[in-house]
Design a protein around this ligand. Structure first.
Ligand code: DNO
Length: 357
């Protein structure tokens, strides 16, 4: 197991590589070239220069989060072949730079969604929250506003402003796309890419839909144990796996996240794990919490134990932290709470590992 920390280059992060290097137990970053639009090739030059920057700071760059999938691939349009071929070239360049794991997602049109990026908690910290009744009634403008307010003018992952102009049309497009059709488009992509994942020794971990239910009439297909099984069955390559995001999946109370960790890790299909906790308030409403089991509704000990005992040998990163100690950063991606979280998770791992010997 290796603990990594999400980080963005080109000054697009308040956290520095030097700070990450000082978090005990963190060996590398999960990073991306966020200035290259989805569908374009990540040149060898750009990838190598990113890698050199990370290495110079004494960290590894074995995980990329995310190489985003162009919307035309998800839509199944004829232009997808060119975007897939670009994706494969990017994989080759990443492989040559020593990358071992790619996180990506298949959420149509928009990535993760929260109705409030800065909900005050009783201890004076702030966390991201989701209120279903409010979310359901939103128009696209309000959806975008909801995500941009509280973003402190930093780009949110998956909410790069260049996506906004096409969103109305894209949402319309999906109104008549069934989950079955969507799965077909995904299969086409996986069949094209997985042989290269084998050739380049890169594990692919799809990020589940966040929140894990249909929203804004868009197909959401990676939400539950059943749908993850179905998704993993779309391609037999062992490189075709899941980024087990405990907070995304755990937002649905029906999802037994420790059981998911056990089932999918034992299949060798979990190359990457995002660990964070959530606190359910009512029905589908929740807010994010500190990583500790006692702070939310997920049993982090059991999740770690099930990963450990079922042969998990991939990368973990502490996912979204709260905003604490007055830090101003990308929502969810400050230094302080994630650093605390990383060390709590490393402590759990050490205890589970030593107890098993
Ligand atoms: C938000 C994240 C997502 C996730 C991507 C993975 O903070 O959970 O942006 O990283 O969807 O592709």
């Amino acid at each position: 197991m290796k603990m990594v920390f999400r980080w963005w280059p080109n000054g697009d992060d308040t956290v520095t590589l030097g700070q990450i290097r000082q978090i005990p137990g963190v060996s590398g970053v999960a990073t991306m070239l966020s200035d290259i639009p989805a569908g374009e090739v990540w040149s060898k030059e750009a990838v190598f220069s990113l890698r050199d920057q990370v290495h110079e700071a004494g960290l590894e760059m074995e995980v990329i989060e995310s190489v985003n999938v162009h919307e035309d691939i998800k839509k199944g349009l004829p232009s997808r072949d060119e975007y897939i071929s670009n994706y494969i070239t990017t994989m080759k360049n990443l492989h040559e730079a020593g990358v071992k794991c790619i996180c990506y997602n298949l959420m149509p049109v928009m990535d993760w969604f929260r109705s409030n990026l800065e909900m005050p908690l009783s201890d004076g910290s702030f966390a991201m929250a989701y209120e279903h009744a409010y979310a359901k009634g939103l128009t696209l403008d309000k959806i975008i506003d909801s995500m941009m307010n509280g973003s402190h003018d930093m780009t949110l992952p998956g909410w790069e402003p260049e996506r906004f102009p096409a969103m109305t049309k894209d949402i319309e497009f999906y109104q008549n796309v069934s989950a079955e059709e969507y799965f077909k488009n995904i299969t086409y992509f996986l069949d094209a890419v997985m042989p290269y994942a084998e050739e380049y020794d890169i594990d692919f971990g799809v990020h589940p839909d966040d929140p894990p239910w249909p929203l804004f009439h868009l197909p959401k297909v990676i939400c539950s144990t059943e749908s993850i099984r179905e998704f993993l069955n779309l391609n037999t390559s062992k490189r075709h796996g899941l980024t087990l995001c405990t907070g995304s999946l755990g937002a649905n109370k029906e999802n037994d996240v420790p059981a998911m960790a056990k089932e999918f890790a034992s299949m060798g299909r979990v190359p990457f794990v995002h660990l964070r906790n959530v606190k359910h308030t009512q029905d589908k409403d929740f807010h994010e919490s500190a990583h500790l089991s006692s702070e939310g509704d997920l049993d982090m000990y059991q999740i770690i134990k099930n990963l450990h005992d079922n042969g998990f040998d991939g990368y973990i990163r502490p996912d979204h932290g709260r905003r604490i100690w007055g830090e101003v950063s990308r929502p969810g991606y400050g230094l302080y709470d994630r650093a605390i979280g990383a060390n709590y998770l490393l402590g759990l791992w050490e205890a589970v590992d030593k107890a098993s010997r």
